[in-house]
Design a protein around this ligand. Structure first.
Ligand code: C2E
Ligand code: MG
Ligand code: MG
Ligand code: MG
Length: 292
């Protein structure tokens, strides 16, 4: 950041912009090395059946623990990775690691029904995403129906040939979900053509859920209804309170993800929390399974 201490007038030359440019270059250089430096890892957040509390899946969320910069949030480095093309490498690493982790958990006695992985628009753009997913499945032996790929509405709407790429993915037998649903501009007619199985209600609509009858509930309820009428499964993201969960269940949304059920955690911790003999939910007393 530019200081106002400069001796002459040089600080008048948009120093913060120049500073940002340098910062960006540095970030980019560090990011390029981050995978080989083992600074990139995946956190996993549980997805549950609200009524039974059972684990229905996890979402893989990429983390960067930089030796130089500390924890860098994905909202900062994913856009950079997309702009620089590094997302190709990063996305491939994430897919492989997430699929491998399913196999490791299984060996440790935890069967996670489904792994959700986020895809970025840039990965989509050039048609290489289906072969990439196919390789990750082949290398790890994970059954395709246990992998769910999440794409946002804007990625789908802004990618030429998106329908083709999505059909290619569908052809592999993987599941597809629309992430942050309700925040983009998907046309419902287009949505109907997509071989998608799941809508994820964006957190912004869950955050404001209020007592029955309040107007801020309208969007969440509409998405649940839409899912029902289109025969899609609906999951709510960002569920933080029992009230939100009860509301969702009452309105026919059975699945949720959010801090109420668990924050994104390392693989070993997820095993400790959900593996055999793990203390489950709030009341449970059994000791946690040792991590592997
Ligand atoms: P997303 O896919 O919508 O992921 C959900 C985000 O909400 C995550 O943020 C998660 O930590 C956060 N979250 C979950 N439950 C709660 C809750 O109850 N309360 C609150 N306040 N937040 C909650 P995160 O991990 O920072 O990821 C941000 C975004 O970065 C993701 O949004 C996704 O778009 C992107 N991202 C993360 N990992 C990957 C990846 O491997 N590849 C790509 N392309 N994008 C990724
Ligand atoms: Mg997601
Ligand atoms: Mg989301
Ligand atoms: Mg979101």
């Amino acid at each position: 950041q530019a200081k106002a201490r400069g001796r002459n007038g040089y600080r008048l030359y948009a120093p913060s912009m120049a500073g940002e440019g340098v910062e960006r270059l540095r970030l980019e250089a560090l990011l390029r090395r981050a995978i080989e430096q083992h600074e990139i890892w995946l956190a996993y957040q549980p997805q549950v059946d609200i009524e039974s509390g059972r684990l229905t899946g996890v979402e893989a969320l990429v983390r960067w623990n930089s030796a130089e910069l500390g924890q860098v949030p994905p909202a900062r480095f994913i856009p950079l990775a997309e702009e620089t093309g590094f997302i190709d490498q990063l996305g491939a690493w994430v897919l492989n690691e997430a699929c491998r982790q399913m196999v490791r958990w299984e060996r440790a006695g935890l069967r996670v029904p489904k792994m959700a992985v986020n895809l970025s628009g840039r990965q989509f753009d050039r048609g290489g995403v289906a072969p990439l997913v196919g390789r990750a499945l082949a290398e790890t032996g994970l059954a395709p129906q246990r992998l769910q790929l999440e794409m946002t509405e804007s990625v789908i709407m802004n990618t030429g040939d998106a329908l083709q790429y999505i059909n290619d993915l569908h052809g592999l037998g993987v599941q597809l979900a629309i992430d942050d649903f309700g925040t983009g501009y998907s046309s419902l007619a287009y949505l109907q053509q997509l071989p998608v199985q799941t809508l994820k209600i964006d957190r912004s609509f869950i955050k404001d859920l209020a007592a029955d009858g309040a107007s801020q509930n309208a969007i969440a309820i509409a998405i649940i209804q839409l899912g029902k009428s289109m025969d899609l499964s609906v999951i709510a993201e960002g569920v933080e309170t029992e009230e939100q969960a009860a509301f969702l269940l009452r309105h026919g949304c059975r699945r949720a993800q959010g801090y109420l059920y668990g924050k994104p955690v390392a693989a070993a911790q997820l095993l400790a929390q959900w593996g055999v003999g793990a203390r489950r939910g709030k009341g449970g007393a059994a000791p946690a399974q040792p991590a592997v």
